[in-house]
Write a protein that binds this ligand. Structure first.
Ligand SMILES: C[S@@+](CC[C@H](N)C(=O)[O-])C[C@H]1O[C@@H](n2cnc3c(N)ncnc32)[C@H](O)[C@@H]1O
Length: 250
């Protein structure tokens, strides 16, 4: 939750989420599904946009996330509900949503194809499915030794279940019969304090333990980052992909 709050309050993530809303084509009165809603920040934004005549359902596997999402919604009067469910198999009738969306979830899933197929089943013909996923392998980070930085980026990326899902989503949509696919890469700035936000310190330790890099090399890089942050001279960025598919039909 700390990770989500730190990222969700950043201007960049808010801009990316606004882009997902535009690509989704959100309008008053719609029924929208937010798959893997976390603490529901985006779910509530969508509920504001669809208004009292619309309805937004957030689903998530984590009870803790759902409890926080419900607590944050109390007293808002928004037309939104949160349900515990696995995005691989959702217990809703087919075509029961105008739009389905998901952000930063497919990177963790066991079977992204099954989950996307489920979101397409739930979307009405002509409706949009929009997904936003980060692409950790696109990290452009400065450092005193390119080999060390590259090794760390690749090591971190390979810890994720579906690290390349962003770039693979257009192919996945096509394989499920969706031909109208739009893809927008978005780039966010990365600052050294995100090492903590992204939970990277344990990953650095693991990379040392697995002899991908030495402790000395990691310490040199951390020192470089610290100085860069102190005098505002460090630059880093990472891309994410926003991908939209329109369900075939009238
Ligand atoms: C990084 S958070 C993103 C939350 C939110 N979508 C956002 O962009 O702020 C990932 C969320 O996906 C949920 N999740 C992971 N696997 C899931 C699954 N199979 N079914 C439903 N939710 C899942 C996690 O519990 C977590 O809340």
């Amino acid at each position: 939750m700390r990770f989500l709050d730190a990222l969700n309050t950043s201007q960049q993530v808010q801009e990316m989420q606004q882009l997902t809303h535009r690509m989704l084509g959100v309008a008053p009165g719609q029924r929208i599904l937010d798959a893997g809603c976390g603490v529901g920040d985006v779910t509530r934004e969508l509920a504001t946009l669809v208004g009292p005549k619309g309805h937004v359902v957030g689903v998530d596997l984590s009870e803790a996330m759902l409890a926080e999402a419900r607590a944050r919604t109390e007293g808002t009067g928004l037309s939104v509900e949160y349900l515990k469910a696995d995005v691989h198999a959702l217990d809703f009738p087919s075509e029961s949503f105008d739009r389905c969306r998901s952000s930063r979830v497919f990177i963790y899933l066991d079977d992204p194809r099954e989950a996307l197929s489920e979101l397409l089943r739930l979307t009405r013909p002509g409706g949009a499915v929009v997904l936003f996923e980060p692409e950790f392998d696109t990290w452009a980070l400065d450092g005193p030794d390119r080999g060390v930085v590259r090794a760390l980026i690749h090591f971190w990326t390979d810890q994720l279940r579906n690290p390349w899902i962003g770039r693979q989503l257009p192919r996945l949509f096509h394989s499920l019969g969706v031909k109208q696919v739009a893809m927008r890469p978005v780039v966010g700035t990365w600052v050294p304090r995100m090492l903590e936000t992204f939970g990277m310190y344990p990953v650095l330790e693991k990379a040392i333990a697995e002899k991908v890099v030495t402790r000395e090399q990691v310490n040199d890089w951390l020192q470089f980052l610290k100085e860069g942050e102190k005098n505002d001279s460090f630059y880093g960025c990472m891309a994410g992909m926003v991908v939209r598919g329109i369900k075939p039909g009238p």
